[in-house]
Write a protein that binds this ligand. Structure first.
Ligand code: AMP
Length: 504
């Protein structure tokens, strides 16, 4: 695998693999530590190659654990600290891991067999062993490399399985697209490891000898520290959802005088607005801005485009770009017939980038994944789009999946979990839109079982506190409005239209 070969290769240089605040790991250390983790997994669990779970944020030693898993032929499941205990336990039930690497200081009541804490990771990587895992133990084409859990409409997260073949398909195309080489450049590593935009710095960055400049949760929560870090970062490549750049572009220091090497912005994961691109073009006149699009199920990105002035001037929105060259991207109608240029339909993707499906969830897998007569794997994205002159334009979703601040959320996931909160009878959650049709926040309308005489504010705080135990914090609606009853339409169903009018 290219990533693993690259770590071996650059371990013979003095290059730094990852830096976070005042801590760093060189490629030499990354190789040595990952070898030890791999040997530990191979010795401890032998032929039992069940995935490992990694619970943490952006700790440097997470990388040797991920890479050690790959070197031992195992997949890793990264779970961010924003995941509450109940969600982690649901995932553990699906994955049935033999081991969890816990990089937090939290003591969670998790249903697992074996937990390895941070200090125990240190013990493993400091063990005086010289044995290295042989290459025939490394992950092979059809072996899963990682499993990412995304919001599921039933209220239970779905585990997208990504194997080595999927990753090779993505990296081969995107490295060519970006004209990536092995020069010693610095790439931003900000996106949480439980979201697949982080695959870009890991597999393409480390796979080409780059240094990962890491922003952890604490840094992102402290704007002063964030700017101190960014202005001393020397980053060449910016990789994030537009959400982070939007926050940064509110500050004067975000410009090419302060961050002078930055030559490429790679955005992915949600709608990129013209307003943001124009702002960046003013602040960083020599930098390229790339809009990448793709669902986790088809490995990070399946289309991309370099945004130029002409695109900005055109009255249409920013396109999601040219399709990946080693997959087929079609726009189809409700019967699966291919549509012509300019006709809007569902975007489907067929080829090596497409996952084999959701872990232990054939019902959801069968709904959206399919196999073609040429035995190629396909995925129905649920995204509406159209082609024009070989370029794809995105026009929203078919369902209730949304992106909020770069996070993928199924509205029904929030509703189903809200219904588990005591005293909630029923609920409807809506996205509230801001500029350029971007979602600014969520609002939940709630009817209680018993009128407890508490104020809306008190009830809303109580509900949010309960909901925090069930779903990640980024999914909690900002506003909760208690109603006495829902308005009903003529079919006796909740009148969503009427409720939406309240938002205007
Ligand atoms: P995720 O699996 O978290 O990467 O989310 C995938 C979904 O995010 C896609 O199906 C789209 O709905 C949306 N998305 C990803 N990239 C873009 C983009 N560049 N523009 C608009 N929507 C996007």
């Amino acid at each position: 695998m290219k990533l693993l070969e690259s770590i071996d290769k650059f371990s013979e240089t003095s290059r730094v693999a990852v830096r976070c605040l005042d801590k760093q790991l060189t490629y030499k250390q990354l190789k040595e530590y990952s070898d030890k983790i791999a040997m530990y997994l191979l010795k401890e669990f032998k032929e039992d190659r069940r995935p490992i779970i990694i619970y943490g944020n952006k700790e440097n030693n997470i990388l040797p654990v991920m890479i050690g898993a790959l070197k031992s032929g195992r997949a890793y499941v990264p779970l961010d600290v924003t995941f509450p205990e109940a969600r982690i336990n649901q995932i553990i039930d699906e994955v049935k891991p033999r081991v969890i690497f816990n990089f937090t200081n939290d003591s969670l009541d998790l249903k697992y067999e074996l937990e390895i804490k941070q200090n125990e990771v240190d013990d493993i990587i400091n063990m005086p062993i010289n044995e290295v895992p042989s290459k025939d133990k490394w992950v092979k084409d059809e072996d899963n490399c990682y499993i990412l859990f995304t919001s599921g409409s039933t209220g239970k997260p779905k585990g997208v399985q990504i194997n080595k073949r999927n990753i090779d398909s993505f990296t081969k195309w995107f490295e060519e697209f970006l004209e990536f080489d092995e020069s010693p450049k610095i790439i931003l590593n900000q996106v949480s490891y439980s979201f697949d935009v982080s695959v870009i710095p890991i597999y393409m960055g480390l796979g080409n000898g780059k240094t990962l400049f890491t922003l952890n949760k604490e840094t992102l929560e402290d704007l002063k520290l964030l700017f101190t870090e960014l202005t001393s970062s020397n980053i060449d490549y910016w990789v994030s959802t537009p959400a982070l750049a939007e926050i940064c572009s509110k500050f004067d220091d975000f410009n090419n005088e302060k961050i002078d090497k930055l030559s490429e912005f790679i955005f992915a994961g949600e709608v990129l607005t013209k307003k943001l691109v124009k702002n960046l073009m003013n602040r960083f006149p020599n930098a390229k801005v790339i809009n990448g699009y793709g669902p986790t199920e088809a490995t990070v990105l399946i289309s991309a485009i370099n945004i130029n002035e002409d695109i900005i001037e055109c009255e249409k929105g920013i396109p999601i770009g040219y399709p990946i060259n080693n997959c087929e991207l079609n726009i189809v109608d409700g019967q699966g017939n291919k549509l012509k240029d300019g006709e809007k339909g569902e975007l489907i993707v067929i080829g090596d980038s497409v996952s084999i499906g959701y872990l232990n969830n054939s019902e959801m897998t069968n709904k959206v994944f399919f196999e073609t007569s040429e035995v190629k794997q396909g995925y129905k994205t649920g995204d509406l789009a159209y082609y024009e002159n070989g370029i794809i334009y995105y026009c929203g979703r078919k369902d209730f999946q949304i992106k909020l601040n770069g996070f993928r959320i199924e509205i029904e996931d929030i509703e189903n979990n809200l219904r588990k909160v005591e005293n909630i009878n029923n609920t409807v959650v809506f996205p509230v839109f801001g500029e350029e049709d971007k979602i600014s926040h969520l609002i939940a309308f709630v009817v209680l079982n018993n009128n407890n005489e508490l104020s809306n504010l008190k009830n809303s705080t109580l509900i949010k506190n309960e909901l925090k135990k069930l779903i990640p914090s980024y999914m909690i609606p900002r506003n909760i409005k208690i109603l006495n009853e829902f308005p009903l339409n003529t079919n006796g169903k909740i009148d969503r239209k009427k409720l939406m009018e309240e938002l205007k």
